[in-house]
Design a protein around this ligand. Structure first.
Ligand code: 5RP
Length: 236
């Protein structure tokens, strides 16, 4: 039973564990970013420590993932040293019924898209609050932009019908700076009719590095839910 624990935290823990349980010895694992993936990384570490899992290597999608992997004893590798990723585990900010995603709540979507797209099996881990009928309904679309292009990129996004705002730091004066040293614009679109087209159109704006639309990338979505007071995980 969920009891006194925060239900969202419990859903994230359970779904993170369920994804980590699918990793097998010898695998190369893409390590996503965010609070849900953090539980998967922690559980992978416990499985390694208990000896149940052996010889895995992680490819981190962010500084956060790298720090957590080191904390929990997961050996790391890089894309220069490997030719393939077996499983990537990563969170999402929104998931639509076609398994398309908005990501980038942690400003890590550029590296996440590289790693998640390379995986033979990309497993998305979310609590049920992330499921939406249409992308963009609850979350702004993150766009990573190189600093000198921020003004023209914002104007170009306005021309596409978006309302852009520069993401500002929390407990840090000034804007959020990504792991690559860039800035993030969060964009409100009234409606995203064609996520695949919008993904390409935004990435074509000079100075844009990557946006948070992940179209046809997810293979499996694991959803953490509370049913009759008990945490459960289902495949979407
Ligand atoms: C980071 C991401 C995260 O995966 C996404 O924001 C979900 O995070 P959380 O699991 O903390 O809800 O895309 O860039």
């Amino acid at each position: 039973m969920v009891g006194e624990n925060d239900p969202v935290k419990v859903m994230k823990q359970e779904v993170g564990k369920a994804a980590a349980a699918r990793v097998e010895s010898g695998m190369i694992v893409g390590l996503g970013t965010g609070s849900t993936t953090a539980y998967a990384i922690e559980f992978l570490g416990s499985r390694l420590q208990s000896g149940e899992l052996k010889n895995i290597k992680g490819v981190p999608t962010s500084f956060q993932a790298e720090v957590l992997a080191k904390k929990y004893g997961i050996p790391l590798t890089s894309l220069d040293a490997i030719s393939q990723i077996d499983i990537a585990i990563d969170g999402a900010d929104e998931v639509d019924p076609q398994k398309n995603l908005i990501k980038g709540g942690g400003a890590a979507h550029t590296r996440e898209k590289v790693v998640d797209s390379l995986a033979d099996m990309f497993i998305v881990v979310v609590d049920s609050g992330k499921l939406v009928k249409e992308l963009g309904s609850t979350f702004l679309l993150p766009v990573e932009v190189i600093p000198m292009a921020i003004s023209p990129a914002m104007r170009a996004i306005e021309k596409l019908g978006g309302k852009p705002e520069l993401r500002m730091g929390v407990k840090k004066a000034g804007p959020v700076v990504t792991d690559q040293g860039n800035l993030v614009i969060d964009v409100k679109f009234d409606k995203i009719d064609n996520p695949g087209e919008l993904e390409k159109t935004i990435n074509n704006i000079p100075g844009v590095l990557e946006n948070g639309l992940f179209v046809n990338v997810a293979d499996l979505v694991l959803v953490g839910e509370i049913v009759d007071g008990k945490p459960t995980v289902r495949e979407m």
